[in-house]
Design a protein around this ligand. Structure first.
Ligand SMILES: Nc1nc2c(ncn2[C@@H]2O[C@H](COP(=O)(O)OP(=O)(O)OP(=O)(O)O)[C@@H](O)[C@H]2O)c(=O)[nH]1
Ligand SMILES: [Mg+2]
Length: 381
């Protein structure tokens, strides 16, 4: 689930038991439990998946034979994949319907083009994906539409693979790994932070949360509940400057020897320029507290936002120079194709923009590392 770079984590488990259904009293804040089993009452937990290898850089997609490129997933991961497929079924059913005929002809490619566009893949990514698919079909001398479907899964996998990367913890020799989390209102930032904290604590990492969403008391309380459930420290204050909270948190994280500091921020629209400026300030101030921080600037995207998700990526990236994405709510009406559009945009920019995790629900186990092959398979199932 994470790439733990410090020695102390090397023995950590990749599979972990689901916490008990009954919430347990949280340990004192400073004592971060490696075996935290306090479980959100509405959010039973599960196991994280194994770490994923870093992706290869993004070459122009080339024809490749259909072959599974990952070991068989764990039963928990299997169940999660089943639900991901169910979440993406709307896309999947229209994509798979294209391959029910008997011929590979222009009509098939036209239907496929429509289905990909309807799946939020975007015009440019759709065109490139179809060109790539045609090359693969020719190279493989495919004659059966079901072969084309398998080749499309390969093409999508290759396109999405540059997005696949584990989130690293512990690369900093002297201080905490600092993650800053941003996104539009209600994207799932705070919930995602809570889930990440749970998984980190389970791997023995010590976490400190920064409630830099100072606008709403409810936002602080929401993060406070997650801190308590996970038995981790939180830095928050009533109202005031979110940048100051972030500064205090990073300073406290270092002083207390924490492994990870996660800064939650208030939701905002990219059009709210003063709020985007505030985000920039939070980042600057975090840098003042720790010169190398933030080590990750993560954008949380609601998967249901369709093509608007790409607009969010561009706007938040312009303000913050994002280092990664987390896509939530792929269990809703999300169509999934937007990941291909994001992958293409990142490639055009000549840079890496990993999708570290995807979420398919509100439970702890619903947040899992992104895997290109699995996602492509779910999309076409
Ligand atoms: N169905 C579904 N719901 C989710 C997922 N992730 C988060 N949510 C829900 O989305 C709602 C908003 O989540 P929050 O974590 O509060 O979102 P936020 O981005 O912190 O919101 P603001 O701080 O108000 O901007 C909550 O009801 C979450 O439980 C997901 O993957 N699937
Ligand atoms: Mg929030």
């Amino acid at each position: 689930m994470f790439s733990f770079l410090k020695k102390k984590f090397f023995g950590s488990r990749e599979e972990e038991p689901a916490p008990s259904a009954a919430p347990e009293p949280a340990p004192p804040p400073a004592a971060v439990a490696a075996e935290a089993s306090a479980e959100p009452s509405a959010e039973p937990a599960g196991e994280p998946a194994a770490m994923t290898p870093p992706p290869a850089p993004a070459p122009a997609p080339a024809p490749a034979p259909a072959a599974p490129d990952a070991p068989a997933p764990s039963p928990t991961r299997q169940g999660w994949l089943g639900r991901l497929s169910a979440g993406l079924r709307k896309t999947g059913s229209s994509l798979t319907a294209v391959f029910t005929g008997t011929r590979i002809d222009d009509a098939l490619y036209e239907e496929l083009e429509t289905a990909l566009l309807m799946a939020d893949t975007g015009a440019q990514a759709t065109t490139l994906l179809l060109d790539d698919l045609r090359r693969r079909v020719k190279a493989e001398r495919a004659t059966d539409p079901q072969q084309v479907r398998a080749l499309l899964a390969d093409a999508i996998t290759d396109w999405l693979r540059p997005l696949q990367k584990p989130l690293a913890v512990g690369a900093q020799p002297d201080g905490p790994t600092v993650w800053m989390v941003a996104g539009v209102n209600g994207a799932g930032k705070t919930t995602t932070i809570g889930k990440l904290t749970w998984h980190l604590a389970h791997h023995g990492a010590t976490v400190l949360l920064a409630a830099a969403d100072t606008f709403r008391a409810a936002a602080r309380e929401q993060l406070g509940v997650w801190a308590q459930r996970n038995g981790v420290d939180i830095v928050s204050q009533d109202g005031g400057d979110p940048a100051a909270v972030a500064f205090d948190a990073v300073t406290a994280g270092r002083a207390r020897g924490k492994d990870v500091v996660i800064v939650d921020t208030a939701g905002r629209l990219p059009t709210q320029l003063h709020l985007m400026e505030e985000l920039r300030k939070i980042k600057r101030v975090v840098q003042k507290a720790e010169a190398t921080a933030p080590h990750e600037v993560l954008l949380v995207i609601d998967g249901n936002t369709g093509q608007n998700a790409l607009a969010q990526v561009k706007a938040f990236d312009a303000a913050l120079q994002l280092t990664g994405l987390i896509v939530t709510k792929l269990d809703g009406t999300a169509k999934g194709g937007v990941l291909a559009a994001i992958a293409m945009w990142a490639r055009e920019q000549g840079r890496e923009l990993p999708v570290y995790f995807i979420g398919i629900g509100e439970k702890l186990e619903d947040l899992q590392p992104f895997d290109a092959r699995e996602f492509a398979t779910a999309l076409l199932s």
